[in-house]
Write a protein that binds this ligand. Structure first.
Ligand code: ZN
Length: 147
C-alpha cells in the first residue's frame, strides 16, 4: 500500500483541503471548463493574460482530491509565467504523471503528483485542469472532456 501513500502525499491533501486561487475571476480574459466523465471532476479555469504573461489564474469546480489539488498546484505554479512556457511545462507534467518522464526537474511542487502514474485512471484527474487551461489559451469555448 505504499503506492497509495505516495499518491496522497501531505501536499496533495493540503491543496485539496485548502485549494489555492479557488475563486472566479470576473474580468477574466480567458476561461474554459473541463470535465472528466471517468471520475465526475469538473473544473473551470480563469485567466487574465497581459503582454503574454499570466497575470492572474484561478479555478472553481468540484472533484476528487487529485483533481482539486492538481488545479490548485497548477494555479500556484503558473501565475506570473509567460504563456510561451505553459506548453513545455504541461508536456513535462504530463510525462511525469504518465510515467514517461525522466526527472521532474523544474516542475517544483507539481512533481508531488508523480504518484498517479501507478493509477492510470487518476491521470485524467491530474491533467483535467491543464486541459481546461490549454482550451482557455486557445479560446475554445466548449467544455473539454478528458475522454
Ligand atoms: Zn478525479
Amino acid at each position: 500500500m505504499s503506492g497509495l501513500r505516495d499518491l496522497y502525499q501531505e501536499v496533495i491533501l493540503d491543496h485539496n483541503k485548502r485549494p489555492r486561487n479557488f475563486r472566479v475571476i470576473e474580468q477574466a480574459s480567458h476561461r474554459a471548463e473541463g470535465f472528466n466523465p471517468l471520475c465526475g471532476d469538473r473544473v473551470t479555469v480563469y485567466l487574465n493574460i497581459q503582454d503574454g504573461v499570466i497575470q492572474d489564474l484561478a479555478f472553481q469546480g468540484s472533484g476528487c482530491a487529485i483533481s482539486t489539488a492538481s488545479a490548485s498546484l497548477m494555479t500556484d505554479a503558473l501565475k506570473g509565467k509567460p504563456i510561451a512556457e505553459v506548453e513545455a511545462l504541461f508536456q513535462d507534467f504530463h510525462n511525469v504523471v504518465t510515467g514517461n518522464g525522466d526527472s521532474p526537474r523544474g516542475l517544483g511542487k507539481l512533481a508531488v503528483l508523480a504518484g498517479v502514474r501507478d493509477y492510470p485512471s487518476r491521470v485524467k484527474c491530474a491533467t483535467l485542469a491543464w486541459h481546461a487551461l490549454r482550451a482557455a489559451l486557445e479560446q475554445r469555448t466548449e467544455t473539454v472532456a478528458t475522454e
